[in-house]
Ligand binder design. Structure first.
Ligand code: NAG
Ligand code: NAG
Ligand code: NAG
Ligand code: NAG
Ligand code: NAG
Ligand code: NAG
Length: 653
């Protein structure tokens, strides 16, 4: 409910406006999305019930965000006097909290439109105002029309407004970032619910989810291959020993107190304990029977009911690698969402930020994700609010295309990642698996819509956010003798390139963001790249002004040899995150901070990474960007050289 001071403000505002004239009349378009994201189809046969609950959330304009780069540079640039002096949650909250004026203005407008005071709630960190509205009220407030949408492949439902929505000009200009749900199809794909399946006549089987996932798994055979610890077979099976050898990464001796490594996964994808043990028994017998520390967000729990490999394969693989590489350090699984409603990036961010504590969800199961979920067996508790402390490293194996979201949405979420960085969390995302194409091998046509296979390059999100570390994907060069090549200091890895096996898929991706500007930390590297390979034949496909954020930043192996027992590009971030976790452990032991946002340090000291100069990122009917010596748009600064990274970060305060 409203804090007392706000009520005073409101009272003052109301008294001031003695006449009954309405102050908020001149609506302007606040956000628009010209094209419904591909694969989402409006259900023409279905009209929403005007009285159905459609809770709206207003993301308020935050203060001081324009100073974010300076703030984060202050704690993460090795040249800075305050390097490593991360902020507390309270500092973050008070620095960025929206002004009283913004809260008052939005509230006043809602009251003016007949929304009773008790239906308006301000979240605990004041970032969001929630309104327990109906479809009819939402349409009236936002001058728009809501529709139900279906996802073509998975059958899941969603409610969104069509094309655009409007709010009074003063709110649009000064007080509101975005309103959800409106235009943002921020919906990680999941299995259809029973209801959705019935509606579709059960014509699709769950397997159809496979290729629509951002980081699909390549091929699967349930048996771990023979070969064990022999380095000669690293080109066939990428074992933990191979990864340790590639990156000179020794096992940790002990787990540091208060160190943590968080991996987020969205339900219904979830790990299967027996699969973890199968892997552990082969590669790390001491871990058999061990499980991640599970933090359920909004009902997240181990889901082992009926789902197949498409739901468990990816997270199993990520956990197997992370748990083995960082042992005896534990891994925390941030399992977000319940089996029915699923979850999104924001579900995880909210829980880390505790900003949604007062939120009451909706009742319409085609709204995704809103809590509590009122379907039978859905999660019915209060929305999770506040995980005690964000983990030292956070990876999430899902990405979307920038084109599927709106700039306001992306900018806001990107700043949330920056806040995690300010508090000392390293946020890692794997680059795409589709070369320069977006998720699902889609490119941008001239009108901005997504089309399969050709058009302008289509960068992914959140990789293009300058406050995350984007991890490109490498693989061992085929036919190489790793032992011999490493001994001679020769190149052992190249950019992932599996297109000969999976047409249009299996290339490490990256590119120039169409939303975010280039951060200072990478200016030198990117300008150097733009000046060297001859990109004139592809320059019409991307923002070549030298002012856009370019990614990936670094890279790591994400391909399980060339036999591809099972492989997901998301493993590149997981592996990189494992090394950072161990560096955090080494720093925490003598009382230093975690490393937090690592990009400024890595670009400044790129010799701690091994350059990868072989390969490219084909897509959209072109050869994409070439990997070259030095930073490039395929493998970033290169793969880790653990001892050098450790030395660098231990040398910093
Ligand atoms: C939201 O509205 C519904 C129906 O109008 C009501 O039953 C429910 O209690 C309301 N919840 C809150 C938190 O106001
Ligand atoms: C499924 O999970 C439950 C706990 O969530 C556990 O008791 C059960 O043994 C698991 N089943 C399998 C097949 O792993
Ligand atoms: C794997 O590496 C060995 C040498 O260590 C080589 O003889 C063999 O051909 C390679 N196999 C593949 C599939 O690359
Ligand atoms: C790979 O190279 C190492 C070191 O040069 C050598 O001992 C080993 O026999 C080689 N393996 C194969 C399969 O050729
Ligand atoms: C390129 O990116 C910069 C920085 O984000 C932006 O200002 C500019 O408008 C973009 N140019 C084009 C043609 O998209
Ligand atoms: C770059 O390549 C284009 C053809 O793709 C060619 O016309 C041009 O001369 C090249 N520029 C340089 C500087 O080599």
């Amino acid at each position: 409910m409203l804090a007392a001071s706000l009520l005073c403000l409101l009272a003052a505002a109301t008294l001031g406006a003695a006449s009954p004239t309405r102050r908020y009349i001149d609506h302007v378009v606040h956000e628009s999305l010209e094209h419904t994201p591909v694969q989402w189809t409006k259900r023409e046969d279905f009209a929403l019930n005007p009285g159905a609950r459609l809770p709206l959330r207003f993301g308020l304009r935050q203060q001081n965000l324009h100073r974010m780069y300076k703030f984060i540079d202050g704690v993460s640039n090795p040249q800075s006097k305050s390097y490593g002096q991360h902020w507390t949650h309270e500092q973050v909250t008070s620095t960025f909290a929206p002004s009283d004026e913004s809260i008052a203005a939005v509230t006043e407008w809602l009251l003016e439109n007949g929304i009773a005071d008790h239906r308006i709630e301000v979240g605990s960190s004041r970032l969001w105002i929630s309104v327990n509205s109906t479809v009819e009220e939402a349409e009236m407030l936002l001058h728009t029309k809501y529709h139900a949408y279906d996802h073509d492949t998975t059958g899941q439902g969603y409610v969104a407004c069509e094309g655009l929505y409007s709010i009074p000009q003063v709110l649009s200009e000064h007080h509101v970032d975005l309103i959800v749900p409106t235009l943002h199809f921020d919906v990680p794909l999941r299995a259809p619910t029973d209801g959705e399946r019935r509606r579709r006549g059960e014509r699709d089987d769950k397997r159809s989810l496979d290729l629509s996932l951002a980081h699909p798994l390549a091929i699967y055979s349930p048996q771990p291959p023979a070969g064990g610890e022999d380095l000669d077979s690293c080109n066939i099976t990428m074992t933990p020993t191979c990864l340790r050898t590639l990156y000179s990464f020794p096992p940790a001796k002990r787990a540091a107190k208060s160190n943590s490594y968080g991996i987020a996964e969205f339900s219904p994808a979830s790990y299967l304990g027996s699969d973890l043990d199968l892997y552990f028994s082969e590669y790390s017998p001491k871990l058999v029977g061990q499980r991640p520390i599970q933090v359920g967000i909004d009902g997240g729990a181990e889901q082992n009911a009926t789902y197949g490999f498409n739901f468990q394969g990816r997270i199993n693989l990520n956990l197997q690698i992370a748990m083995t590489l960082v042992a005896p350090q534990k891994v925390t699984l941030l399992q977000a969402g319940d089996d029915i409603v699923g979850a999104s990036f924001n579900t995880v961010l909210d829980a880390l930020d505790a900003s949604y504590c007062t939120y009451e969800g909706g009742e319409d199961p085609t709204l995704d994700p809103t809590y509590p979920d009122q379907q039978p067996s859905g999660y019915d508790g209060p929305k999770s609010c506040g995980i005690p402390k964000p983990p030292g490293v956070l990876t999430t194996p899902v990405s979307l295309s920038e084109a599927q979201l709106t700039p306001f949405y992306e900018d806001r979420q990107c700043h949330d990642y920056a806040k995690l960085g300010l508090m000392g969390t390293t946020v890692l995302y794997s680059a795409s698996d589709y070369g320069v194409a977006g998720v699902g091998n889609r490119c941008l046509s001239d009108d901005g819509s997504e089309v399969v296979g050709s058009g302008r390059y289509n960068p992914t999100f959140p990789g293009g956010c300058p406050y995350v570390t984007s991890v490109g994907v490498t693989q061992v060069i085929l036919g190489i003798n790793i032992t011999a090549a490493l001994a001679k200091g020769e190149q052992v890895e190249k950019a992932m390139s599996l297109g000969h096996i999976f047409p249009g898929f299996g290339y490490s991706g990256g590119g120039f963001s169409n939303v975010f500007a280039m951060p200072a930390y990478q200016e030198h590297a990117v300008h150097r790249y733009l000046a060297s390979p001859n990109l004139s034949s592809i320059s019409q496909y991307f923002n070549s002004t030298g002012r856009a954020r370019a990614f990936p930043d670094v890279s790591a192996n994400g391909v399980d040899g060339q036999v591809l027992r099972s492989s997901s590009a998301s493993c590149s971030a997981t592996t990189f995150g494992s090394l950072i976790t161990q560096i955090n452990g080494e720093r925490l032991a003598p009382g230093k901070s975690t490393v937090g946002f690592i990009n400024p340090a890595l670009y400044a000291f790129h010799e701690v990474l091994k350059d990868v100069a072989i390969g490219s990122s084909p897509g959209c009917g072109t050869d994409g960007f070439p990997a070259v010596e030095g930073w490039d748009l395929v493998t970033g600064l290169g793969t880790p050289i653990y001892p050098r990274m450790l030395e660098l970060f231990m040398s910093l305060p």
